[in-house]
Every structure is written in C-alpha cells, then in structure tokens.
Design a protein around this ligand. Structure first.
Ligand SMILES: Nc1ncnc2c1ncn2[C@@H]1O[C@H](COP(=O)(O)OP(=O)(O)OP(=O)(O)O)[C@@H](O)[C@H]1O
Length: 296
C-alpha cells in the first residue's frame, strides 16, 4: 500500500522552476531515499509532502489525506526531523522531548525513547552540550515521539564522524523494523545504498530515476581482459551492450549479470584470457551519468 502518492507536482519561484512534473510514491514500511545535487528540489518536494509548502499544481496524498487541506491530521501521523538550529542551546534533553510530546494527542512515552536511543544518561544535559551524534539521536527521538506512521529524515548524518554515522544507520534500520515508513533525504551514496529500499534521483526539479539502489547501478558493469588464444564472439551474449577490441585487449560493457554469461561463453569457446577485471559501477557513477554532474 502506498502511504505517500505524489502526482505531477509543479512549483516555481518567479522564473525558477523548482519542481517540474514530479511524481513518486512511497510504499508502507520501506525506506525511501531522495537523492540529488544541491538545489535539485528535494527539500521543496518533501516540505510540500509534509504540508509545510504548497505546490502550484499536482496532487499529494499522505496516508490518504491532502497535506494542504488536512494539515493537522497529516501532521498528527508524521514525524519530521528538526534541523540543528531549531532547538535552543539551553533546552535540556528531557524538556525537548516533553515539549514535543505535548504537541500530539497520543505521544509515545519519551522516557522509553531516551532508553531506546541511548540518551538516558543525557536526560538532564543541555542541547548545546551534546555531541553531534547525541544531537542526531535526539532529533530522531523527537521525530518519533508522536508515534508517527511516516518519519521524514533530512541530511541526518551530515557532519558526523564515520562511527556515529554507522550508529545512526543502525538506528534508522530499527525505525523500519518497528514498522515506520522512512523518507530519507540524503547527499551520501553509501548511506542510500546501505539503507534505502528505493531511491528517487532528483535533478533540476525532475525525478530522473526511480529504482532500487541495485537497479540504479545495475546497468553498468565493465569487463576487461586480454585474449591469450583464439577468437571469441561476444556481441550476441545476453546482456552485452558493447564489445571494443584493441589488438588482443577486449573491453565488454553490459547490463545485469552479463559477466557470468560472458565467462560461460569464453569457456564454451575454449578461449584463454588473462588480466581479467570486472569493474562495478557505483551509485556515484550512476548518479553522475543520470544528472551529468558529480556530487558535491
Ligand atoms: N522560498 C524560496 N524562494 C525562492 N527560491 C527558493 C525558495 N526555496 C527554495 N528555492 C530555490 O529552489 C531550488 C530548490 O531548492 P531546494 O532547497 O528544494 O533544493 P534541495 O535539492 O533540497 O537542495 P539542497 O541539497 O542544497 O538542500 C533552489 O534553487 C533554491 O534556491
């Protein structure tokens, strides 16, 4: 079942088209990634879904409701991660949780959240004294205190050290395990690859690809080898898209599991090769190819 359905969303600021016919849906229980370069329209799209901004046209359904018309009902059922600047430095951890719990009709017991998110001993600490990782755990706890069905997390691990990022990833997996749908806006390929079931890649206000992380990178392996003996016909091998020969050096590109099929063909034709290398395209390569830009 789709918990979020976005259809033909358009938004512009004066002459700048920020969302141009954006459509995607998010299935219940998945971690859905929104990836794209700076200024691609990710935050605008997500804030329209959260009911914080209005699109010029198109339709949005969140849990069957229209966030523009049924804002309070939608916000009762979603959790939105705060940005760092939105909490006063002097606010204590328990005060923040208690305050946010008071916004909801049926909040979770925030004492449980303190335990679950490893913040019990920081209960009386002031926000400004927390480490980056502790702040992020507090933001996640605040996003979950209303017992949401959908949690929106935006650039959650920016500025965290590698170990704190890993810990945060494990916590996000736990949110999913608890049955909460997660929409994750991210700049990091490794994060999206590790966590997301499906990813929408945004570029210049459009969704340029929507697939699983494996599906996004799936089309681009490359095999290189040197022919030691004989000749091999590879053009007709399933999945092969190009075969380039330079003397006895051969480069083969293809889609899906073409490398296994090529290896089988080499064996069938009793061809001996050396220096065999299989290059796997990464999500970073896929992103660059899709958006004609490298990530910054
Ligand atoms: N309120 C606004 N008024 C005018 N232009 C805006 C406004 N909000 C966003 N924009 C512009 O819309 C474009 C998309 O911005 P948005 O924040 O949605 O992108 P993003 O993909 O989330 O970028 P980032 O990764 O940098 O956060 C940008 O060019 C931005 O400058």
């Amino acid at each position: 079942m789709a918990v979020i359905e976005v259809t033909a969303l358009r938004k512009r600021y004066a002459d700048l088209v920020v969302l141009d016919d954006v459509s995607f849906s998010v299935e219940e229980g998945e971690i859905f990634g929104i990836l794209g370069p700076n200024g691609a329209g990710k935050t605008t799209a997500v804030e329209c879904v959260e009911g914080l901004r209005r699109a010029d046209s198109g339709s949005i359904r969140v849990l069957g409701l229209d966030p523009a018309g049924d804002g309070p009902k939608v916000r009762e059922q979603i959790g939105v991660q705060l940005q760092q600047t939105q909490l006063p430095e002097n606010l204590k951890v328990w005060e923040a949780l208690d305050l946010y719990a008071s916004f909801y009709a049926e909040p979770r017991d925030w004492r449980e959240l303190l335990e679950e998110w490893g913040l019990a001993d920081k209960r009386h600490a002031r926000f400004g004294k927390l480490s980056g990782g502790q702040k992020q755990r507090l933001f996640i706890a605040l996003a979950l205190v209303g017992n949401p069905r959908v949690a929106f997390l935006d650039e959650l691990t920016t500025g965290l050290d590698p170990s704190a990022r890993r810990t945060t990833w494990e916590l996000i997996k736990r949110i999913k395990a608890d049955g909460v749908t997660v929409v994750l806006v991210s700049h990091f390929m490794d994060e999206v690859e590790e966590l997301c079931d499906r990813v929408a890649v945004f570029d210049r206000g459009r969704v340029v690809a929507l697939d699983t992380p494996a599906g996004l990178v799936g089309g681009a392996h490359q095999m290189r080898f040197t022919l030691m003996s004989g000749h091999v016909d590879l053009e007709a091998v399933p999945g092969v898209t190009t075969v380039t020969r330079d003397g006895n050096r051969v480069v083969v590109t293809g889609r899906g599991d073409f490398a296994t099929a090529v290896t089988a063909q080499l064996a069938r034709q009793h061809v001996l090769v050396s220096d065999l290398r299989i290059d796997k395209r990464t999500l970073d390569d896929a992103f660059t190819a899709l958006t004609s830009r490298s990530f910054s």
